[in-house]
Design a protein around this ligand. Structure first.
Ligand code: ADP
Ligand code: MG
Length: 318
């Protein structure tokens, strides 16, 4: 099967010709064309996944398709952007049709679920690597940045943390029990908090998606905003399956492990008080922004460069 036949058969079906995605020219020309409505900012981000680094060797292609787009779309959620479209640069060792079918299935389910249409891509031969660029739209000047946190803002997180990190301990399990299955599902099928991100646009002063670990990612907000924070261990939300699987260690997964793709945001107290109940139910307050630089966990300073850092590809011991 040639490159163009491969694209036609497996990827063109992921193009949604109608809808709110603003793509005027999709795959097939030299570039894709997206219309940017007057008064909107284009928000875009690219993520690369390398086999053996970002996902296990021989990872299920169906899960990979979902995961790749979810990881990319999560950055749109963090900025409060409405999802529009994506491009896919795919490097494959060979044109394995059953692999391609399953990959396109997972990718297509994710695209439909997140409201993203495929606008174009690039297909090459080599070690299995995927780069996905996602485009979103936001009201001009309204993208939620990392740099807006102010002393007194509450720190909130969505959902529960630590499940996806704990799942790495069970990836090889042939017959996972129910609790193990719960955390594995969080790893295989992360849900980018796109609707929540849009809802936070008029509420949050700063936001980030938790991809590397809560402490590491919150630290990015603190550095960008030139502020500090105090958070409480007991407030960090942990799922019941994770609590049962890991007992007292569950909280360590919630603080340090990544891959959950929940949102962490800062919200002024007055706005939080007036926020709709439906929104508050999706979030847990874990602490407060302070003017004193540094991150304090139950009053003790988290030493930056060790506890606060998540995964870093270029760190010597990585
Ligand atoms: P060019 O040589 O002009 O860069 P390509 O030959 O790389 O174009 O691609 C031809 C068309 O096929 C382009 O419109 C491109 O967006 C699309 N395309 C290539 N690979 C993919 C893919 N994996 N998914 C979707 N569209 C793709
Ligand atoms: Mg060209």
């Amino acid at each position: 099967m040639g490159e163009f036949e491969l694209i036609r058969q497996y990827f063109l079906p992921l193009v949604r010709p109608h809808g709110s995605h603003s793509v005027v020219v999709g795959p097939g020309d030299d570039c894709a064309v997206q219309n940017i409505p007057f008064g909107s900012d284009l928000v875009f981000s690219i993520d690369t996944l390398v086999e053996g680094v970002h996902f296990p060797v021989d990872y299920c292609p169906d899960y990979l398709g979902w995961r790749a787009l979810a990881v990319a779309a999560s950055d749109l959620a963090a900025m409060g952007a409405e999802p529009a479209c994506f491009t896919l640069a795919l490097t494959l060792p060979e044109a394995d049709e059953s692999w391609l079918r399953d990959f396109a299935l997972g990718l297509g389910r994710a695209a439909d679920s997140f409201g993203l249409t495929l606008a174009g891509g690039d297909t090459t031969r080599g070690p299995l690597t995927l780069s996905l660029q996602v485009h979103g739209l936001v009201e001009e000047g309204r993208a939620i940045r990392r740099s807006g946190a102010r002393a007194g803002d509450l720190i909130v997180v969505s959902g529960t943390l630590g499940d996806a990190g704990a799942a790495l301990d069970y990836l090889g399990s042939c017959n996972p029990a129910a609790d193990e299955q719960h955390v594995l599902e969080r790893y295989h099928h992360p849900e980018p908090r796109l609707k929540l991100g849009v809802a936070l646009r008029h509420l949050a002063t700063a936001a980030i998606d938790v991809s590397d670990g809560l402490l590491a990612d919150l630290n990015h907000i603190l550095e960008a905003s030139s502020v500090g924070a105090s958070i409480e261990r007991a407030r960090v939300p942990v799922s019941q399956p994770l609590a049962r699987l890991k007992d007292s260690a569950a909280i360590e997964y919630a603080l340090h492990s990544g891959d959950d793709y929940e949102l962490c945001a800062t919200i002024p107290e007055t706005r939080w008080a007036k926020a709709p109940e439906s929104l508050k139910q999706q979030l847990t307050v874990i602490g407060v922004i302070e003017s004193a630089i540094g991150l304090r966990l139950d009053g003790a300073e988290v030493v930056s460069g060790s506890e606060a850092t998540g995964f870093d590809h270029f760190r010597r011991d990585a």
